[in-house]
Write a protein that binds this ligand. Structure first.
Ligand code: AMP
Ligand code: GLY
Length: 417
């Protein structure tokens, strides 16, 4: 099977790594990719948001399957363009990807499917904003309605900060604050059959102890020793299947990866958000534990054959991933700095720990930082403590001037396990 992956983050590196280990994959291509992905896939320069260019590349390569990684191309309709060219594609249509692209649309789908989520108001004027903030009280949750790479959400006790964020957006969703631990649960779906993966937890705040601003995600771990073993099945029944059924009923079936961001509140599970693609960095830990070869799963989803797939097999090992970010992330990051220690990790820590690249580029034999989240170090172990130790041992070998990472990824779960 010839596979083309679209994207350039650590998520795409994790996808490419798993695909490169799958014996049915005879050729692996990625566009645009990064310096790490170049080690496992052939890179191509293409504008990932240009559906015509992506489908032309897929046709030229004779790709049997195209996997669209990030949300922006999905929301731009890239999967539709590839599907129209007659090539199986893993990723939802533009219409179905609105589940991520518009928070207001997601709320409407959840209301239609009776899926538990925070009560919310969609506001477009300062008066509506003031009324909604007043109705819910502190802490205030204010979300930009459009795509914002995980950075459009402000959760604050300060009503002035809440008002300011709302004023900076055209349309906002203001909602009830959800208390309790967060879980990311991914499901593969062909629009009908829904196959949940293993749950993971993401660390969204920039600094240790969940301080600082929201980011795209600073680390993750799986499994969740503290979670109820019935959680996955409950979310399948109350969230994932009803949402997939509702989108099919509306004539916009969702195929690809449905990501449920959940809060486990005292009153039960609530959806915080949906995403229409694999989460980053959760994908790094979920795929580290998946034993079933990946290409067949993605192809079954792309071609409507998930019902025929054997149950997924999982490793009993734990996995931890730690993101190394540039100076000033999630603000405008400093880029162009050399990254050292990558060879040392490969020599000393593999196969239990490895580096997945995000914002990197190769220049004359050196690897340079090229984005906010630069790379993530992923490690497996018999339990979270061992996986954590291995991940941080490898992180310590990496040199990047001014870089930052959290030191407490999976610390509490490992200590409590
Ligand atoms: P989102 O982009 O909707 O996932 O929001 C980013 C982060 O903001 C989430 O992972 C939560 O940590 C936080 N957040 C979002 N909505 C809520 C809510 N209703 N209550 C509490 N925290 C929230
Ligand atoms: N890790 C959060 C996300 O992928 O949106």
């Amino acid at each position: 099977m010839k596979v083309l992956v679209i994207g350039s983050g650590a998520r795409e590196h994790a996808l490419c790594r798993s695909l490169s280990l799958d014996p049915v994959v005879t050729a692996l291509h990625c566009a645009p990719g990064n310096a790490g992905i170049a080690e496992v896939a052939e890179l191509h320069q293409v504008d990932a948001l240009d559906g015509a260019a992506v489908s032309a590349l897929a046709t030229e390569l004779g790709a049997d399957l195209v996997v669209v990684g990030p949300e922006a191309p999905l929301v731009a309709g890239v999967a539709d363009a590839v599907r129209e060219a007659g090539i199986p594609v893993f990723g939802p249509s533009k219409e179905a990807a609105r589940l991520e692209g518009s928070k207001a649309f997601a709320k409407d789908v959840m209301a239609g499917a009776d899926v538990p989520t925070a009560r919310s108001y969609v506001c477009t004027t300062p008066e509506e904003v003031a009324e909604a903030l007043n109705a819910f009280g502190a802490p205030y949750v204010v979300k930009d309605d459009g795509l914002a790479a995980g950075k459009g959400v402000v959760v604050t006790g300060d009503v002035e900060a809440a008002r300011e964020h709302a004023a900076a957006c055209d349309r906002v969703v203001i909602e009830e604050y959800l208390d309790g631990p967060e879980v990311s649960l991914f499901a593969i779906t062909d629009g009908e059959t829904v196959l949940p993966l293993q749950p993971a937890q993401d660390f969204k705040r920039a600094l240790d102890g969940d301080e600082g601003p929201n980011t795209g995600g600073m680390g993750a771990y799986s499994p969740l020793p503290w979670a109820d073993p019935a959680l996955v099945d409950e979310v399948l029944q109350t969230v994932l299947q009803p949402t997939v059924d509702e989108l099919r009923r509306r004539g916009t079936p969702f195929s690809g990866l449905l990501y449920a961001g959940l809060a486990i509140t005292g009153r039960g599970v609530r959806v915080i958000e949906f995403n229409a693609r694999f989460g980053d960095p959760e994908t790094q830990v979920v795929l580290a534990r998946l034993r079933t070869p990946l290409a067949g799963i993605l192809m079954a989803a792309a071609t409507g054959n998930l019902a025929d797939l054997e149950p997924l097999r999982w490793s009993d090992e734990a996995a931890v991933t730690v993101v190394v970010a540039s100076h000033n992330y999630p603000g405008t990051p400093r880029t162009g700095d050399p990254i050292t220690g990558l060879d040392e990790v490969a020599a000393k820590d593999a196969p239990h720990a490895y580096v997945l690249h995000a914002g990197t580029r190769a220049e004359g034999g050196a690897v340079l930082s090229a984005g906010g989240r630069v790379l993530s170090v992923t490690a497996t172990g018999a339990d979270l403590t061992e996986a954590r130790d291995r991940a941080y041992t490898a992180v310590a070998r990496i040199g990047l001037d001014g870089s930052q990472h959290r030191t407490d990824i999976a610390a509490k779960a490992a200590a409590d396990a």
